[in-house]
Design a protein around this ligand. Structure first.
Ligand SMILES: Cc1ncc(COP(=O)(O)O)c(C=O)c1O
Length: 238
């Protein structure tokens, strides 16, 4: 984010931050959702701070943008029934707000439990010898590294793996659910085809899309369950 903000300053651009998976995370002690000019959160039920249904929020310190977003969420009207532009009905339901208001109090504790679970996975993987760099070949599992400036809240615990599809099937047979975030990088989505990016134009993103695998992660995950996940992965590669 530091580098992106530098580029944005240099070219007089604004950074729109996507903090959908990062409620409670921070970079250099700055909270996710406060680093860009304007920032989006999702409180969809799968998120680490989640409502009972669809919900989200936008944060900004920019007064004009704040006013604009408030108007857009309300059919483009600052004053009721006077529409200055076309907006949406994106007002959060009161019931979602009520749920979030209670759950927000638990977020630091739940994030801490996720961080603990991530440390357990790291330990189990290295004990299982899956991440050791063999002399000739890449290890079957690559754990993601976290920079010291980052306070990671592990909305997902993502690893990079060899032979991902057969591994997923193998894990599914053993009752381990996994997910791929995300199978198609943005520049190859059909809706952005008009931008003209061909496969190969962003090789790192494309390689990541082929290798990433999110393992079960939630606050209440138990060490025994994590052992089952890692042992099953070890069994697949043995
Ligand atoms: C990183 C990221 N950004 C944005 C979104 C979109 O969230 P929503 O569907 O609630 O608008 C998601 C949802 O999965 C996400 O993970």
């Amino acid at each position: 984010m530091d580098r992106l903000n530098q580029v944005a300053d240099e070219f007089k651009l604004q950074v729109i931050e996507d903090a959908a998976q990062a409620a409670g995370a921070s970079w250099n002690d700055r909270k996710a959702g406060s680093i860009g000019t304007i920032n989006a959160f999702s409180f969809y039920p799968t998120k680490n701070l989640s409502a009972f249904g669809e919900a989200g929020a936008v944060t900004t310190n920019h007064p004009a943008m704040a006013q604009h977003v408030r108007s857009l969420r309300n059919h483009g009207a600052k004053q009721r029934y006077y529409h200055e532009e076309i907006g949406w009905n994106s007002r959060m339901d009161a019931i979602q707000g009520a749920v979030l208001r209670v759950k927000m109090n638990y977020l630091p504790q739940w994030n801490q439990m996720r961080r603990q679970n991530a440390a357990t996975y790291d330990r189990l993987f290295s004990t299982a010898g899956l991440t050791r760099v063999a002399a000739e070949s890449k290890p079957p599992v690559v754990l993601l590294k976290t920079r010291p400036e980052a306070h990671h809240i592990y909305h997902q615990y993502v690893i990079r793996v060899k032979d991902r599809e057969p591994l997923r099937d193998f894990l599914k047979e053993r009752g381990v659910g996994t997910e791929i975030y995300y199978p198609v990088p943005l520049h190859l989505q059909q809706c952005f085809a008009y931008l003209g990016y061909a496969p190969g134009s962003l090789p790192e993103a494309e390689q990541a899309a082929k290798e990433v695998l999110a393992l079960p992660m939630f606050a209440e995950l138990e060490e025994g369950e994590q052992k089952h996940v890692v042992e099953s992965i070890a069994q697949f590669y043995s």
